[in-house]
Design a binder for this molecule. Structure first.
Ligand SMILES: Nc1ncnc2c1ncn2[C@@H]1O[C@H](COP(=O)(O)OP(=O)(O)O)[C@@H](O)[C@H]1O
Ligand SMILES: CC(=O)N[C@@H](CCC(=O)OP(=O)(O)O)C(=O)O
Length: 265
């Protein structure tokens, strides 16, 4: 099976122009087939506030009312996606920006209202992603850059967590490729003490993850990241790393003990 690297870049790095430029230079040097999924939550919140739309989050997910959906669509599918694509083009990568609606790559369903109404937040159903359009692009020398906007197939755009998209796309591509999934963000990995950058936990398995969650060591945005990452590993993805964006090249070269690696059960 041919190798493919799926990298997710988080909103705090995207919000820092120097860190983003350095990350995209590293991304350009990742060899072989690759797909980039980006977030942008921080910029969406900042722009929303400027427009008088305060961000509302619950359990690491954005509550997406109609006007928030307009903001996130403009920010993720427009500003952030096109900035990344143009910078990758400048690095010699023939990047092609997409949302989940383009080529119907990520069909989703509006999250049903239970205790919290998340509005136009989209959930991806297992097995719903078709890897065909993405592999057609890859096989024609194009490198997909995916924004965290999906659709319900009936004309409604939806906002889907970028960590979830990365895991679901990685899982779907793993039927055709040997996929390595790398979550890049601003910290060195999953930390024992989120305030201590040197307290990286080098390996986590489902059992130790349950313990970390119970003790509150893993919280906020780290929970959807790890929940999704373990699901991807179970679904056929070969390796999952959680690392600092600035360490991407070292991770790709196989350097250990600088980031967190997930282990199957
Ligand atoms: N144990 C932990 N180790 C590292 N970060 C943690 C941990 N627990 C919670 N976090 C928080 O999770 C954040 C990453 O999640 P999130 O902001 O959603 O990232 P991204 O935008 O990359 O998806 C970190 O910035 C940190 O504040
Ligand atoms: C439904 C939902 O929560 N969607 C996310 C999508 C962006 C995202 O995940 O961005 P980061 O990776 O930068 O956090 C949001 O709007 O914040």
């Amino acid at each position: 099976m041919q190798a493919l690297t799926l990298i997710k870049i988080g909103g705090n790095v995207i919000d820092d122009p120097e860190a983003l430029a350095a990350f995209l230079q590293s991304y350009a040097r990742v060899p072989g087939l690759k797909v980039l999924v980006h977030g942008g939550g921080k910029i969406a919140s900042t722009i929303g506030i400027k427009l008088g739309i305060a961000p509302k989050m619950a359990q690491g997910r954005r509550i997406t009312d109609e006007e928030t959906l307009d903001v996130v669509t403009m920010v993720y599918a427009g500003l952030v996606n096109k900035r990344i694509v143009s910078k990758l083009q400048a690095e010699g990568v023939n990047a092609l920006g997409l949302t989940g609606a383009d080529g119907n790559i990520i069909p989703a369903a509006k999250r049903p209202v239970k205790t919290i109404d998340y509005g136009f937040a989209g959930d991806i159903e297992a097995g719903q992603i078709g890897s065909g359009p993405l592999s057609a692009l890859l096989e024609n020398g194009l490198f997909p850059v995916i924004a965290p906007i999906t659709h319900d197939g009936k004309g409604q755009l939806l906002n889907t967590n970028a960590d979830t998209i990365a895991a679901a796309v990685a899982e779907s591509l793993s039927s055709r490729y040997a996929v390595t999934l790398v979550y890049c963000f601003e910290k060195k990995g999953v930390l024992k003490d989120p305030e201590d950058e040197e307290s990286v936990i080098f390996a986590i398995n489902p059992e130790s993850y349950a313990e970390l969650k119970e003790k509150g060591i893993v919280s906020k945005g780290m929970i959807p990241k790890l929940d999704n990452a373990f699901a991807a590993l179970k679904g056929g993805v070969k390796q999952v790393h959680i690392c600092r964006a600035a360490d991407l090249e070292k991770i790709m070269e196989g350097e250990a003990y600088i980031s967190t690696r997930l282990e199957p059960a």
